[in-house]
Design a protein around this ligand. Structure first.
Ligand SMILES: CCCCCC/C=C/C(=O)SCCNC(=O)CCNC(=O)[C@H](O)C(C)(C)COP(=O)(O)OP(=O)(O)OC[C@H]1O[C@@H](n2cnc3c(N)ncnc32)[C@H](O)[C@@H]1OP(=O)(O)O
Length: 392
């Protein structure tokens, strides 16, 4: 037991101490302004600190140490025992200030509080939309706030059908989100639909090399797209704001959590389109809901309500449509405050066991679809959709 507790202290404390000593305001020399903080400034900083939002343990330790040094001088109490973790951390922080003069400690305390107040003012301010929105996306709105990166599909007039450009932009946004400082990433849709799946007009853009080349490049795009979801390292949440079709449904099996509006439906009409399952759904769906239920969706195109999808394990929770946004974002903001490394590692432990398998399944599904796209069944179904209005 002694060994275990001792190890915890040794591993985290030097980090606290190091960062404590690196803060310029706390360095152990008398700065030009060090003698200027009056008792009044110090008292006002003491009142101000109570109004700040929680600055985190490291900063609280720094504040504690400076307060003690400013009011009592060098550390003068016995060192707490090794298992008294909190008091020992406080004692160590104070003791590390050595013989720093009381006036300097008072000034450093005032400087630190003043820095915290200005950064807390700017972080609580509602940032203008233009600042939060990441530039460079035409089919998405990508924002990062409250440790959450939100990727919103943004073709509401086309029910967020996924064009080649949107596939590419989603991949870019996921790659950027995997490296940014957000804790969690959310995919959602703008408007009444989550997404109507693959934009069927993708199939009309045939290159001079012919239809085979189109099928080949589409299979590569599909495989790369799904790979991004398999490999995404942080918790990935779908906020399914409305009906979802095709590939927007199948990839849900690769998300960590799926929240759905009560208005959402889940539909994979692959046979109707002369196509076959993708997004690793040939593996994830039978695993999630059992083979019989999966077959009804993937072979017969049965549409599920949100409640049915939840009962079958594809959806984590359903919220009434009228409160969907409010309830989901409140929940997500709470989750985004959990320790990000622990969440990442938990996801890795869950996902790594299956990663290789998922990549192999993705490759196989993409290969089969490449052939399907060249079939008469598929060509006719896509033509029927694209000419349906002309026929009316
Ligand atoms: C690189 C390739 C990878 C491929 C991966 C394989 C992926 C497979 C799939 O995703 S299969 C699923 C494909 N999706 C569909 O089959 C859905 C087709 N759309 C519909 O059935 C309907 O549009 C609807 C039920 C989604 C909505 O119906 P309704 O409410 O009546 O609205 P409209 O049909 O009038 O739609 C409005 C507007 O949007 C256009 N649109 C909607 N979905 C798509 C789509 N998937 N592809 C292309 N265009 C779509 C629709 O044509 C209307 O456009 P308009 O106003 O006429 O210009």
């Amino acid at each position: 037991m002694a060994g275990a507790s001792g190890r915890v202290v040794r591993r985290w404390y030097p980090h606290v101490l190091r960062s404590f000593l690196q803060v310029p305001a706390l360095q152990l020399h008398v700065s030009k302004t060090a003698m200027r903080a009056s008792q009044k400034d110090f008292e006002s900083a003491l009142s101000q600190v109570k109004l700040l939002k929680d600055p985190g343990n490291e900063v609280k330790l720094k504040l504690y140490a400076l307060y003690k040094q400013a009011t009592e001088g060098p550390c003068n109490t016995p060192k707490p025992g090794v298992f008294d973790l909190i008091n020992k951390a406080k004692w160590d922080a104070w003791n590390a200030l050595g013989s720093l003069p009381k006036e300097t400690a008072r000034q450093n305390y005032v400087d630190l509080v003043s820095g915290l107040s200005s950064s807390s003012d700017s972080s609580s301010q509602v940032k203008p939309e233009a600042d939060r929105k990441q530039r460079g996306y035409e089919t998405l709105v990508v924002t990062s706030e409250d440790s959450i990166t939100k990727i919103m599909m943004n073709r509401p007039a086309k029910k967020n059908a996924i064009t080649t450009q949107m596939y590419n932009e989603i991949m870019l946004a996921l790659k950027a989100a995997s490296k940014d400082d957000s804790a969690i990433t959310v995919l959602t849709g703008n408007g009444d639909y989550y997404s109507s799946g693959n934009d069927l007009s993708n199939f009309t853009d045939i290159p001079p090399e012919g239809i085979e080349e189109k099928a080949k490049s589409s299979a590569i795009l599909l495989r790369d797209f799904v790979d991004c979801f398999i490999d995404f390292p942080k918790p990935l949440i779908a906020a399914v704001n409305g009906p979802a079709v095709g590939i927007s449904v199948t990839i849900l099996g690769l998300f960590d959590t799926v929240y759905a509006s009560s208005r959402a439906t889940f539909h994979t009409p692959f046979s109707h389109l002369g196509q076959s399952p993708e997004g690793c759904s040939s593996y994830t769906f039978p695993k999630i809901m059992g083979p019989a239920k999966a077959a009804e969706m993937l072979i017969f195109g049965k549409k599920l309500t949100a409640a049915e999808a939840c009962a079958q394990g594809l959806v984590s929770e359903v919220f009434p449509d009228s409160t969907f946004q409010k309830e989901v974002w409140t929940r997500l903001k709470a989750y985004s405050k959990l320790p990000p490394n622990a969440m990442r590692i938990s996801k890795q432990v869950i996902r790594n066991r299956e990663k290789e398998k998922l990549h192999a399944i993705n490759a196989e599904e993409s290969r089969v679809l490449q052939e399907r796209w060249l079939s008469d069944e598929c060509t006719n179904a896509v033509m029927n959709f694209l000419t349906r209005k002309a026929k009316l």
